[in-house]
Design a protein around this ligand. Structure first.
Ligand code: PEP
Length: 260
């Protein structure tokens, strides 16, 4: 299975920067076309720029475009919201749901995230569902309990292995420069895999990404861990060279694992 290398640009670039970054990704892929074939690449710009990014990527690109959230409702009187079907209309293929910044800043609950997932699946979007524990929860020894509950409360109706991706993102590792240790990642990803297998016939085939301060210099070690099927990247995805270096690390890790 190809590793999914997903960039979450958050609210960290303006239109001109989004164009420049996309042009740099295009140039990197032109120089090394295998990168876009041997890894699955996704970029999630701010809503406003998804169309601009699509047009800079061009009609035939190996890079998918996604969004960072979607509305709870399908359409109508919801000022300021963007629906899942609007995202599909705008050419998005995936949506990130339940990112810890949305859980924290917008008080998004598991129930609300499950409803958004329903809208996304109905509209034909693939969902990257983020789960992860806070530092206090890990220190208290509750990391698996928290992540397990987030998965138990998730909505998989209308999903299959191709439509849903789990991103394990320990909250304390996001944007902090701290990453979970390889042992902790292996143990949590194994736990998540077990839960998915328990709940779903296709649980063995769902991709599980790691997210939290993934950088070119730690990517290969993290992406070589069993059950790590890709990465969700914030800061390092804002630099084309770093983003593509992480993709290359994913390809190298997959090749090495296949050879072992
Ligand atoms: C994220 O925002 O999902 C993320 C993992 O950010 P960073 O890579 O900057 O830690």
């Amino acid at each position: 299975m190809r590793k999914l290398i997903a960039g979450n640009w958050k609210m960290s670039c303006y239109g001109g920067e989004a164009i420049e970054l996309t042009e740099q990704i295009n140039a990197g892929l032109e120089a090394n076309p295998d990168l876009g074939l041997d890894a699955e690449l996704l970029i999630c710009p701010p809503y406003l720029y998804t169309g601009i990014v699509q047009s800079v990527l061009g009609p035939v690109s190996d890079v998918l475009v996604g969004a960072q959230d979607c509305a709870l409702s399908e359409n109508g009187a919801h000022t300021g919201d963007i629906s899942a079907s609007m995202l599909v209309d705008a050419g998005c293929e995936m949506v990130i749901l339940g990112h810890s910044e949305r859980r924290q800043n917008h008080e998004e609950s598991d129930d609300l995230i499950a409803e958004k997932a329903e809208r996304a699946f109905e509209a034909g979007l693939k969902v990257i569902l983020c789960v992860g524990e806070s530092a206090a929860e890990r220190d208290a020894g509750n990391a698996e309990e928290i992540v397990g509950a987030q998965i138990d409360n998730a909505n998989f109706e209308g999903a299959d292995a191709n439509k849903v991706v789990i991103a394990y993102e320990p909250v304390w590792a996001i944007g902090t420069g701290k990453t979970a240790s390889v042992d902790d990642v292996e143990s949590m990803h194994g736990f998540i895999r077990g839960k998915l297998q328990e709940k779903l016939a296709y649980g063995s085939d769902i991709r599980i990404l790691y997210g939290g301060s993934v950088k070119p210099d730690n990517a290969k070690a993290l992406l070589s861990v069993p059950n790590v099927d890709g990465a969700l990247i914030g800061g390092a995805s804002l630099n084309a060279e770093s983003f593509l270096a992480i993709a290359q690390a994913g390809i190298d890790a997959a090749e090495q694992m296949a050879a072992e």
